[in-house]
Design a protein around this ligand. Sequence first.
Ligand SMILES: C[S@@+](CC[C@H](N)C(=O)[O-])C[C@H]1O[C@@H](n2cnc3c(N)ncnc32)[C@H](O)[C@@H]1O
Length: 286
Amino acid sequence: MEPEYVTDVKPRKSEWPERHINLPPIVPQPEFISPEYVAWHKEYINFSVHVSNFPLAKELAERLWVAYRENNQEEVRVLFEKLRPFRVIPFEKRTPQEKWTHMMVQLPGDIGGPNKKKIREILSAKCQGHILEAMCGFNSYLEPSPNREVVALDYCREALERYPYPERTRILFDLNTIEENQRMKFFREGEFNAVTICFGFHYLHHPVWLFREFHRLLSPDGQLILVENPHQCYRDIARRSFSPGHCVNFLQRAIFKNVEVEELPIAEDWEQKAGGHYFLITAEGS
Ligand SMILES: C[S@@+](CC[C@H](N)C(=O)[O-])C[C@H]1O[C@@H](n2cnc3c(N)ncnc32)[C@H](O)[C@@H]1O
C-alpha cells in the first residue's frame, strides 16, 4: 500500500445512532464449539447500542466488568441478560477500515474524557521534536507546541479527516502491510524523536516487524511510546490481547533497549474495581 497524504477536513460530529460498548471477555458456560456458544460469542464481541440507551448500557457494562472481575457468575449472567435487549447490529459485513470509519464518526462524543486528558498531558510532556503519532484516530494526544512537529498516521480516512489539527501532515497508511522486509520508504531513517501508539497494540498483525521499522525510523536517542489498557479494545477487530509482558517481549525482539513499563494512575473508580489498568511503555532506540 502506498501512503496517501490526506488534505480533506471534516468537522467533528455524530452521524450514526449507535455506540460501541466494551464488554469483558466473559468465560462461556456452554461448550466452546456448540452453535449456541458460537452465536453468543459473535454477539458479545460486537456489541453496540442506540445512543439513547448508551448511558444505561454503559452503567450496566461497568457493573458487568466488576462482576466479571469478582467472578460473580450469577451477577454476570443477570447483567448480561439486562444488556442484551439494547444490542443493535451496526457492523455486519464491513471491512476493518469501514468499521473504524463508522466508529470514528461516533467517537467524537468521547473526546476529552478524563483519562484522555491525562494521557495528553503525559505524552505532551514527553514528546518533543519530530513525532509520529501512529494509529492516531480522530484525536491527538499531542498538544500544539513550537517544540513539536507531529505527523499523524492512520489507515482510516475518516479519522484523518476529523483529526483536529489539519495543518499537520496526515498520512493514510496500513501499518499491517509492514512485514519482514517492508519499509516505510516515505519516511527517512532516524527522522523521528518519538513514535507514539495509543490503544493500537491489539490491532497489530506483525508487531515485531513493525516495531523494527519504527526502530529504524527513530533517531539514536528516540523513543517508541505506547499507552495501552488490556481491557479496552474493539474485540471484533482485535488481532491479539495486550499484556505488558507480551508487549515488552515484542519490543526487545525488535532490538529496543531499556524497555520500561509504568502503570498510569488514571483509571476511573469503576475501572479500578474491575481491575482496569493503563500502562505506559517506553522503549529506547539505542
Ligand atoms: C482504538 S483506536 C485508537 C485511536 C487513538 N490513538 C485514541 O487513542 O483515541 C485504534 C486506531 O488504530 C487505527 N488502526 C488500526 N489498525 C491500523 C493499521 N493497520 N494501520 C494504521 N492504523 C490502524 C484505527 O483506524 C484507529 O484509528
